[in-house]
Ligand binder design. Sequence first.
Ligand code: HEC
Length: 238
Amino acid sequence: MKSVRLFQSAVSLVAAGLLAFAAPAFAGDEEKTAETLVKVLKAGRAVVSEHQELINDAGKGDKGFTPDYFEKKWAEKYKEATKSDLPKSEPVATLVELGKTVVGEAQPLINKQGMGFKGFLPALWGRKAGEKFTQKTGIRLKQTAEQYRFAGNKPDEFEAEVLKQFADPGYPKGKEVVKTVSMGGAQVVRYMAPEYAAKSCLACHGEPKGEKDITGMKKEGYKEGGLAGAISVVVPVK
Ligand code: HEC
C-alpha cells in the first residue's frame, strides 16, 4: 500500500500514452501482475455483460446495479473463473476501486427509465476502467484491435505486430505474448492476451462487415471463434 502511494506520486504519464517515468515500487513479478489484471478486467466485463438485459430495461428505473452490487458480483465472477479470491493487494485494489467508479458515474444513465439500449457495454466499461487505472498507476491496461472502434483503442506499433501474430491461423490459440522492452526510456514488460469472438459478440462485431450494429457502428465481420482483438498491459519494471 505504502509503496504504491509512493509510486503514484512519482508517476508522470505522457499524454500520448508513452510511459516515461521511473519504475514503480510494487513488489512482485510484472508478468504475474499483467496476467492478473487481465483476469480481473475480464471478470468485470462479464458482470456488465450478464446484466445487459437489466441495464437496457426501459420499463425499470432504479436497477440496483450500484458500485457495491457490481463489486460483489465482480468478486464472485473472478472466483468462478479463477477459483481464487479477487486480490485485495495493489494494483488490483485500485482497478476494483476505479471499475466501481465507472459504474457509479454511469448511474444516471443506467437508471434512466423509458430508455432501452444505453450503450453501457462491457467494452465501454472496460475501456473507462482501464483509462482511469492507467492514469492512476502508470500501468497501461487497454483493449485493442486492428479494426478498433474507439480512437484510444488504436494499437501502437508493438500491439499491431502482436495482433498480426494472433490473427495467423497457425498461432496457438489463446497464447499470450510477454516481452520485456524499452519504452520511453524505461524498461517495461509488455503483455498481450488475445480475445476471440463468441456468438454473443457477433451481433455487433460479426457479419456482414460494414453493416451497422445496434450502437450505430460498423460491424467488423468477425467470425465465431475468430480473433476479436486483445487486452494489452504495459507494466514498468523496477
Ligand atoms: C452491443 C454491441 C457489442 C457487443 C455485443 C460486443 N461489443 Fe465489442 N465493442 C463494442 C463497442 C461499441 C466498442 C467500443 C467501446 C469503446 O468505446 O471503447 C467495442 C470494443 C471492443 C474491443 C476494443 C477494440 C475496439 O474495437 O475499440 C474489443 C476487443 C471488443 N469490443 C471485443 C468484443 C468481444 C470479444 C465481444 C463478445 C464477448 C464483444 N466485443 C461484444 C460493441 C459491442
